[in-house]
Design a protein around this ligand. Structure first.
Ligand code: ZN
Length: 145
């Protein structure tokens, strides 16, 4: 079966469930689900509604995820890049910053942090949004003054 057109699938998800759940669904795909290789239970419920509405069925998680490689904040298609992994101890980020990042540049992904012990892997592929990176750069520049 050919995969449906990504914009149609995204618009269907949005129109069925609204902005908040659309954003959460897409955010989870691009930040958490790839490690598991599957949707979470609540996502499966939403996705079943999309499949029913469009009369489609997609069995492979990777095919579903590929339809949502888009930034849920900026609507920009995500890019892939391989970054060197930085091993070492990082101070925990302040809660205020974590919230700010999630709202303004959740997919900047401009560095790949590893644990504070060295592992064999030297590089990691990341997904990122060019608009998130730009927003983060502008925020950094403002903070220098
Ligand atoms: Zn973005």
């Amino acid at each position: 079966m050919n995969l449906p057109e990504p914009n149609l699938v995204r618009e269907t998800l949005w129109s069925l469930y609204g902005e908040e759940r659309y954003c959460k669904f897409v955010d989870y795909i691009n930040s958490r689900c790839d490690d598991r290789g599957r949707l979470l239970y609540w996502q499966e419920q939403l996705w079943a509604g999309v499949e029913e509405k469009l009369g489609i069925h997609i069995g492979d998680y990777r095919d579903i995820a590929a339809l949502f490689r888009v930034c849920h904040v900026h609507g920009v298609e995500l890019q892939r890049e391989t970054l060197p992994i930085i091993y070492g101890y990082f101070k925990p980020l302040p809660q205020g910053y974590i919230k700010f990042e999630a709202a303004h540049f959740p997919l900047a992904n401009d560095e790949a942090r590893g644990p504070d012990w060295e592992e064999a892997a030297k590089e990691r592929e990341v997904l990122f949004c060019t608009a998130c990176r730009q927003a983060k750069e502008e925020w950094r520049a403002r903070r220098r003054y």
